[in-house]
Design a protein around this ligand. Structure first.
Ligand code: URA
Length: 235
């Protein structure tokens, strides 16, 4: 149950003060009855504004095809961000819609966005080891033995105090590979290749856990049910 004025403000419709005006003027109903007490509590899905159900009253979970050139941070000083792709009302929600983990500005691919903080914690926790698949193209040929090294669980990256967890490298060509990670150290894919003298030219994430980007165009998203990860073996 949520207070009506808080509910409208938190779903990004308006300020709390505007919500109170809207409620006083009879625009809001709960189970079909006009609710003129802005402090009254209701289940979000029972509430209507101007006769319309509220926009995703129980929360949002989105699968976005992140294009390159956008950051996952909300900080304006870090440049244009992925949230700019979303409708204004979703950007104004509280809790904020945020990414589950991050992709670099220069990385494209599958990025999950949600306002469910519990889900962010669950899916980014090192305990849960969600497999994430990256496709990298490289400036030079891969040295031999790379797959064995990445799978060994012994590769230590500069500035880290634990080695990289075993990762699976599937070589697609001399300068192209899929790398599957179950963790997310800072710039991990780029740093793993760089540690062996290979510069990553392009990086794309087609898969996250059991989810696949499919043919979703860059910059577009699709909605996922909020219980998508309730039965995931890795989540
Ligand atoms: N590893 C990277 O280097 N960059 C990403 O965006 C994700 C994983």
């Amino acid at each position: 149950m949520r207070r009506l004025d808080q509910l409208l403000a938190n779903l990004g419709y308006c300020s709390r003060r505007e919500a109170r005006d809207w409620i006083r003027s009879g625009r809001v109903t709960v189970r079909g009855k006009v609710a003129d007490d802005f402090g009254a509590k209701a289940e979000p899905r029972d509430v209507r504004l101007d006769g319309e159900p509220l926009d995703h009253p129980d929360g949002l979970l989105l699968l976005l095809h992140k294009p390159t050139g956008l950051v996952c941070s909300h900080e304006d000083r870090e440049g244009p961000n992925v949230y700019s792709l979303l409708p204004a009302r979703w950007r104004a929600r509280n809790p904020l819609v945020t990414s589950i983990g991050r992709l670099d500005k220069d990385t494209s691919g599958l990025l999950l966005l949600t306002d469910q903080s519990e889900l962010v914690h669950r899916l980014t926790s090192p305990k849960h080891k969600v497999p994430k698949v990256y496709r990298a193209t490289l400036a030079t040929d891969q040295p031999s033995g790379l797959a064995t090294l990445f799978a060994s669980g012994t590769l230590m990256l500069e500035g880290e105090d634990a080695p990289c967890a075993p990762a699976e490298l599937n070589i697609l060509g001399p300068r192209e590979a899929h790398l599957t990670l179950t963790e997310g150290k800072y710039h991990q894919v780029r740093r793993m290749f760089a540690s062996q003298g290979c510069e990553v030219l392009t990086l794309h994430r087609p898969r996250f856990g059991s989810l696949d980007l499919g043919d979703l165009p860059a910059g577009q998203w699709r909605e996922l049910p909020l219980d998508t990860f309730d039965h995931e073996p890795h989540a």
